[in-house]
Write a protein that binds this ligand. Sequence first.
Ligand SMILES: CC(C)(COP(=O)(O)OP(=O)(O)OC[C@H]1O[C@@H](n2cnc3c(N)ncnc32)[C@H](O)[C@@H]1OP(=O)(O)O)[C@@H](O)C(=O)NCCC(=O)NCCS
Length: 339
Amino acid sequence: MYLPENIITNADLMKVMDTSDEWIVERTGIKERRFATRYKDTSTTMGVEAAKIAIERTGITSQDIDFIVFATLSPDYFFPGCGVLTQRMMKMKEVAALDIRNQCSGFVYGLSVADQFIKTGMYKNVLLIASETHSYALDFSTRGRNISVIFGDGAGAVVLQPTTNSNKGILSTHLHSDGSEAELLSMMNPGFHAGRFMSEKKPPIPEKPYGGLFITEDLLEKEDLYPFMDGPAVFKKAVIKLPEVIMEALDKNDLKISDINLLIPHQANLRISQYVQHKMGLRDDQVYNNIQKIGNTTAASVPIALCEAWEDGKIQDGDLICLAAFGSGFTWGSALLKW
Ligand SMILES: CC(C)(COP(=O)(O)OP(=O)(O)OC[C@H]1O[C@@H](n2cnc3c(N)ncnc32)[C@H](O)[C@@H]1OP(=O)(O)O)[C@@H](O)C(=O)NCCC(=O)NCCS
């Protein structure tokens, strides 16, 4: 994992918007988060820092990587993606690079993609990175406070390899989506939608015959260039779908809730994790949370938590680890790993 050095407390946010430590801690559990350093950190550079550690701990070099999967909703460029920028920065061979755009479930989706390529025998060393630089583009005025207090920056990475040990590895992954409420957690602008899905917010048609609809004067004037979140709707859906997809993974493998050594849920909001824990009857030591110090780092949250838990000795050989994530799309998924 890689975390940028700037620690931003709730008190720091109180200096730029109307919020309070009590409100943030009570509703989200977050006390502080990290923000990237301008002109230094990007999603790619932070992902590369995490990747270097993952590659070193695997005992290989970047030359051995044969597939890069990069999950982010905050890419350095609109295109090309962070995958190719990683290939360039790490001076890798001309290997495949794929960007995943599944927001909070990006790492679990990426893990599933990587797992399929390993299991078919196509690739031997897959580098999966998840990295986010939310702080560059959130609305830090009071208008954006329901969103901007939640998110933080950071990166996590893993290397996946085949194994002949049938008692180890990814047992199964389970992915889902429901786009019926796609806009409830979204950043629609800038975009190529030309107002197609909007009843009220259609951008005025520019006078020129073609183009001009990606970023309009109107969007700039209204500052309509920030993420939108219907927090209560996200909360309600997450606490239904997370237990469902965890049970799906357990059922598929004939396992029980009590078999889980550690559940690492996406760090969306401490209240969501606690709700899921209680609903499933999991003990405190069966669930790992670090959102209090890191905030919600979207795709990066699961691998950062996984890394921290492993470094803290909370994951032992042979443990059954469950990863589960839910987020914008909506998309959600789970993975069961035998460590
Ligand atoms: C975002 C969330 C914390 C908001 O909590 P909530 O209790 O649902 O709050 P609401 O959005 O209903 O807003 C309640 C009030 O708090 C205010 N508020 C919102 N953000 C605030 C902030 N940072 N500080 C102070 N007040 C805030 C609102 O303006 C509203 O005020 P009003 O009643 O005067 O209109 C909560 O809905 C949530 O956690 N949802 C899940 C979000 C999530 O996990 N997102 C990540 C998904 S991957």
